[in-house]
Design a protein around this ligand. Structure first.
Ligand code: NAI
Ligand code: MG
Length: 361
């Protein structure tokens, strides 16, 4: 049977950018003999409007069965007044939690045609290609105990950074597997100088490398130094492996080395399923962009590059993923720009569908 994809386009520009991905998926079936079984469903505000919850149990069950979930974006001002328990973001969090997507892959890749957009000098970022692997389901965002409580007559806010050996080991394996397909180099990032969780992190990552990935060159770096190195000489990195909190910050920092939010894809991977493929969800980094929703202005490239990641990591179609990435590169080199990619020199931006059509062509 064909590999299966569940499309959850979501809210705002989510459905607009996802439409361009759907055309590409259809093209693969028609023109390259690579057919996918695609189903579509609701998430976020769209699901709330239809069902009163941001993700139904039925949709959750479908997500668990398919080979990959493609998600657009969720949220919008209309839903800001909702109770926390039914906010659109909760749909996304439920997917990540119940699919146990512990490895978040955030590439920071600079297309030469957009190097002028970087917050850094062009020669520092031209050709940049980093992959940050962020642990996504544990660490200080989830650790117990947590809360705000009274102590000695004043309030204390408490969160707990906590990692088990097995949580570190599984995300380390994801990073090493990734490094095998790239440059065989991993930089593991923590603060072992001041945190016990960092000491354990370093120990476990090193032991996994020694026992299972002797061919990988592993180095260690403190998170504060990594932040500095990312803006000083980003091309020194290939795969960066780090925890939830540091990964959150460092991946946003790395993202801005490459330009627009409209360009950034991501993948979230979990444990292998019975067929050997990892549980997986692919989504652009950006949100639902209510300020431009419904105007045909959204850049579909982040969502298209997320599908390229699906081709590579869920469907073993690395060559086709590269083909798609090269198409994006070519279109950008030809000067085709959505509004978010317009420089100070101006020009005429293309629409979401025009950008999608150029890439497909
Ligand atoms: P946002 O990413 O939606 O937008 C930030 C800015 O970037 C806006 O000016 C927007 O127009 C622009 N932008 C974003 N994606 C673009 C694209 N593909 N093409 C062109 N321009 C693009 O973040 P914001 O404004 O903070 O949040 C808006 C809504 O999205 C909120 O409800 C928020 O909760 C939600 N959100 C959802 C996320 C998700 O579904 N994963 C992630 C971030 C925010
Ligand atoms: Mg962040």
């Amino acid at each position: 049977s064909n590999p299966s994809i569940l499309i959850l386009a979501g809210d705002g520009i989510g459905p607009e950018v996802m439409d361009e991905v759907k055309k590409i998926i259809t093209w693969y079936g028609d023109k390259r003999g690579l057919a996918f079984d695609v189903t579509e469903d609701l998430v976020g505000g769209a699901a709330y409007d239809a069902h009163g919850v941001p993700l139904t149990d039925e949709t959750m069950a479908k997500a668990q069965e398919v080979d990959a979930v493609m998600l657009g974006a969720v949220g919008g001002p209309k839903y800001d007044v909702l109770d926390f328990s039914v906010k659109p973001e909760r749909g996304l969090l439920r997917l990540r939690k119940e699919m146990d997507l512990f490895a978040n892959l955030r590439p920071a890749q600079c297309f030469d045609a957009l190097a002028d957009f970087s917050s850094l000098k062009k020669d520092l970022v031209a050709g940049l290609d980093i992959m940050i692997v962020r642990e996504l389901t544990s660490g200080v965002y989830f650790g117990q105990p947590r809360g705000i409580f009274e102590e000695n007559g004043e309030r204390v806010g408490l969160n707990t950074q906590r990692y088990t050996e097995s949580e570190i080991a599984r995300v380390a394996r994801s990073a090493f597997e990734l490094a095998k397909r790239r440059d065989n180099r991993v930089t593991s990032v923590e603060k072992a100088n001041v945190m016990e969780s960092g000491i354990l992190w370093r120990e476990v990552v090193t032991a996994i490398r020694d026992a299972e990935y002797p061919e990988i060159e592993l180095s260690h770096m403190y998170a504060d130094n990594c932040a500095m190195q990312l803006v000083r000489r980003p091309k020194q990195f290939d795969v960066i492996l780090t925890d939830n909190l540091f990964g959150d910050i460092l991946s946003d920092c790395a993202a801005m080395l490459t330009g627009s939010l409209g360009m950034l894809p991501s993948a979230s991977l979990g444990a292998p399923m019975a067929n050997g493929r990892p549980k997986a969800m692919y989504e652009p980094v950006h949100g639902s962009a209510p300020d431009i929703a419904g105007q045909g202005k959204a850049n579909p490239i982040a969502c298209i590059l997320s599908f390229a990641m699906a081709l590579r990591y869920s469907f073993d179609q690395g060559d086709e993923a590269t083909r798609l990435e090269k198409a994006v590169e070519k279109v950008l080199a030809d000067g085709v720009r959505t509004a978010d990619l317009m420089g100070p020199e101006g020009g005429t931006p293309v629409s979401t569908t025009e950008m999608g059509a150029k890439i497909l062509a």
